[in-house]
Design a protein around this ligand. Structure first.
Ligand code: ZN
Length: 337
């Protein structure tokens, strides 16, 4: 920084105002802006482009982190859009519990930094928040007061959210788009809303008569849902049992979990196991959210490792490409393009 960019010194007697929360937010935003500027994200310089729409910081890493790291390493333009700051999340680190929504309500700002660190671990340089950081708030679970707030994503004016995402589609021109299925994976309102907005924007972005001021229309070629095959969940449960852990969401059988899909509906399996270290580092970056002694870290070691580096998807739109995975699954989100 040169002297010219420094703020003027305070006048004698002037009080310096200092708002730590604003400082943290500004710092995190500068980090994000800096990252975007430091790298080349001119979309057309990348022959393959992938857009992922997730609800909260950490969803991208848990569900799709290995794929993101793999594609980023292959010079695919990987763009992450996160719809909320995850303000309503539980805080798993005791010394940061004061940030919780029912106390200082500073978790969202903190998670901007966690997400930026996670993206650094995955080498994903283009990450944004839908409508800008803090535009829509974490909706909490259905039926809670957080879900009634006018500023939460669940209550967002649908057209406005779609419009924000269409602007991203038309800027980065993704060939492949990834989000959750119509149940939002497990029914969290922000995941459901992310699904709805992403699907609506997929079509609207391709319609030249829709908001031409947002740029030239763009038809993405494939749309995928994230998925966890039941057999993989069961393998995870069994692997944890072998390690003496029995607290994988407190169940014995994958059939008792609210997520997980029948194996036969999975169309695509991306092997990101070469990038497992990056995924684990990104999980560590989300330290208020993912307990280091919890099931995710236990799974990322030893017997669960094989399962953890493989991520699964269901093709929802577009043409299925050739695949040599199990049951003829595609092994590449760009297969056939
Ligand atoms: Zn989430």
């Amino acid at each position: 920084m040169t002297d010219a960019t420094l703020p003027p010194p305070p006048e004698p007697g002037e009080r310096l105002s200092f708002d730590p929360e604003q400082d943290v937010l500004a710092e995190a935003e500068a980090l994000i802006d800096g990252a975007a500027e430091a790298v080349d994200i001119t979309p057309l310089d990348h022959s393959r482009r992938l857009l992922l729409v997730h609800a909260h910081p950490d969803d991208e890493t848990i569900g799709t982190g290995a794929s993101m790291a793999r594609y980023a390493s292959e010079n695919v333009l990987v763009t992450l859009v996160t719809c909320t700051l995850g303000e309503e999340g539980e805080v798993l680190v005791p010394e940061l519990e004061h940030l919780a929504a029912d106390r200082e309500d500073g978790l969202g700002q903190h998670r901007i930094g966690e997400l930026a660190a996670a993206m650094e671990a995955l080498r994903v340089t283009d990450h944004r928040f839908l409508g800008g950081p803090g535009r829509w708030r974490d909706s909490g679970m259905m039926g809670t007061p957080a879900n009634e707030r006018a500023d939460c994503f669940w209550q967002a004016p649908f057209d406005e959210a779609v419009r924000e995402l269409v602007a991203v589609y038309r800027e980065v021109r993704p060939h492949v788009v990834v989000t959750y299925d119509e149940d939002g994976g497990y029914g969290h309102p922000d995941h459901l809303q992310a699904h709805r907005v992403t699907v609506a924007a997929f079509d609207a972005a391709a319609d030249p008569s829709y908001a031409p001021e947002l740029g030239e229309s763009w038809q993405a070629r494939k749309l995928y849902w994230t998925a966890i095959p039941k057999s993989l969940l069961q393998a995870g449960i069994d692997a944890l049992k072998e390690q003496g852990q029995t607290d994988f969401f407190g169940v014995d059988s994958a059939d008792d979990l609210p997520f997980g899909v029948p194996d036969e509906v999975v169309t695509t399996e991306v092997d990101g196991s070469a990038h497992l270290d990056a995924k684990v580092a990104a999980m560590r970056a989300h330290k208020t959210q993912i307990a280091v002694d919890g099931p995710f870290f236990a799974l990322s070691n030893g017997v669960g490792q094989q399962a953890f580096g493989r991520e699964h998807y269901i093709l929802a739109r577009g043409e299925r490409g050739p695949g040599d995975g199990p049951d003829g699954r595609e092994t590449d989100l760009f297969a056939g393009l």
